[in-house]
Each structure stands twice: as structure tokens, then as C-alpha cells.
Design a protein. Sequence first.
Length: 398
Amino acid sequence: MKVLLSALACEPGKGSELEVGFQAMLAAASKHDVWVLTNTGTIRATQRTVEAGNLADRIRLVGIPFGVSTEQFARLTVPGFHVHYDRWQRQAARVAVELDRAVDFDVVHHVTLASYWTRVGVAAVRKPLVLGPVGGGVDPPLRLFPELGRRGVLEDASRVLTRQVLGRVPPAATAQRRAVVIFAQNAATARRLLGRGRVIVLSNALSADTERVQVQSQRTSDLVYAGRLIPWKAPILALRALRYVRDPACVLHFCGEGPEQARLERAAAQWGLTDRVRFDGWLPRDKLLDLVARARALLHPALHEEAGLCVAEALAMGTPVVCLDRGGPAELLREWPGGRGVAVPPRGRVSTARAMAAAIDGFLVAPPVEATQVTIGVEQFSSEILAAYEYAQPRRRR
């Protein structure tokens, strides 16, 4: 089978959407010949990894420039990013149609970045279409809106209103209706989808290669927040929870960068937590995983997370997770065999922080048990994708 894969984000060892695209590419190439439309800026690193493996003869990378440098990308606002993203998808549509004339694809798959309300360039190819895993359907809890700050409230309110409109009009709605299979990252997103294609809930967090993570037997009393320091990820809620943790020796590590750091530093000083907080910045993946493996718990307070790769990695290492009972992380926590964690119902910011602290206190008193063999993860992710191709491809012959 010949597969056209649209994966703007596709690079190994970087986590998040980049890892999702990379693992989807490997899954497709394990059985089929794959042409991958991706960001020109990541091709070199991806190509090196591909050539070092045993699937190089099945993978062809096709670069499309995103239009900004790495430094400029880090400074993009949410609206600015989506302007470039939509432009990239328009270019992908033209390239995909030209490629299809030459190759004659059997299946087309749009995998990253995938939201139910954004343009799907490769949908211009009139072949069986697989979407996702798509996200974008989780709304932030209204009672926690104050944690977003002024700028975050404006961004998230705009995001909620905009995506509900865009998801129901072309071009996003057209792609949904054309898709033979749609993977939804969680139940909330699945409920928003249009069309008559098969809908399968599949968290892209399962693309995390958990077989490579190392379980640690010795634990510290530290807590870890891993992710961008931006309003909707709610790092301020993690810091607020630390105020109510009983153990004064417990230290919270913020692993990531972003505009919320200044706000966090001010709040830490105001709440007398400066000595109990570490801003570690972006860490190489191996160092971050080592820190999470030794931590007493991973805090994931995001207000509308669709999946959460770091949640899957923590659970694979036996590290408990404290998250909100909202969206992908909570669903993943419930589905993971033997996974330890607490999904806190979102209420007011103080009551939610106190509930998170109570969960943390419980893990500090009762250390995590040693992780056992992981029974779900990238293998399940891969098998679901391959099954979708088999389901979709016969439709071409009808």
C-alpha cells in the first residue's frame, strides 16, 4: 500500500506532537511505503534517524517550509501560529495533489498537527482519508478561568468561540465529512466531530515510546511539572497546590519555558515558596525522563489538555500523576493498567489546589510502587493506525 502522511510535526526525541508524527510515520512504514509531508526544518534530524533504522527504503520525506526561523517560532502568538499553519496546509494541498498524480496513493493520513477545527491540506487528494488523532474539543473549566490571568482569559475565550465556528464550516468540516476514519484524542473531541466515518478514541499520548523509559527504585520527595509555561497549561495552579503540601522539604521543578515564568516567580515570592521551586528550563528528553522517574509525582494541571505524552511516560515509570479530571490526561489515567494517580475535579482555584495538595500528600506518605511491564503504548498506537488503513483502503475499490 502507498500512504501519504501529512505530519507537519515529525521529529524523534523531542516529545509532544513531534513524537506523535514520528511514531505514526514508523507505524505506517512498518507495513507500507510512506511519503511524509513535513516541516523542512526538521527533515535533517528525522532523516538521520530513519537512515539508522531498517525502514529507510520505505520512507520518503518531503519538506514544506513553515516560513519562520526557530527563534521566530518561539515568539509566535497563538493567532500568529495559526496564520502560518493555515498557509502551510495550503502549500501541503498543492504538493499532495502533485504527488498523487505521480504516485497514485492508496490512503491519505493527516496526523500532525491535528485539530478538528483546522484546515487539512491533504484532504484535497481524492483518496480514502484518515484523520488524527485530532484534538481541540476540550473546554477549560469556567471556575478556573481566573488562573489563566488577563491575557490567558482573552486567548482562551477567543479560542473556544473560534474553534466552535471553524469546526462546522469549510475547510475543516469538509475534511471531517470526507474522512473514512477519524481518531479522536478523547471523548470530548469525539462528540464534536461531523460526518459518517468511523470514530475511534485514541490518545496520541500512546505514541510515547514507553519501552525506552527507565524505572527508578529510589525516589525523591520532588514534584515535576513538565511543559510550556503558558496560561492554559496552568503552571500557576501547580504552584498554588504547593502552598498546601504538608511536607516543607517537597520541591517543585518547572521543566519548561514560557511567558508565565515571570508570573510564577512573583507568586512564589509572594507565597513564600521561592526556596521550594526550581525553574529548570527545557531539559533534554533523557534528563527530563530521569527527573520524572525519580519524582514522587508528576503535576499536570492543564485546563484543556487533549492527551499528554508526559502523563503516559510518568505512568510507564510508576510515577503517580496528579491532574484535573478534564480531557485527555484523566482518560489516560483511567485506562492505563495499574497506573497510579488522582484526577481532581475542577472547582474554584483554591479548593482545586487543596485537592491536588491532598493527593500529593498521599503520595509523599505512601511511596510509589515499582512499575510493572507496560501493556499499552506505542504498539497499540501503531496497530490502531495500521488497522485504520486496512479499513479505509478497500473503499477506493468500490
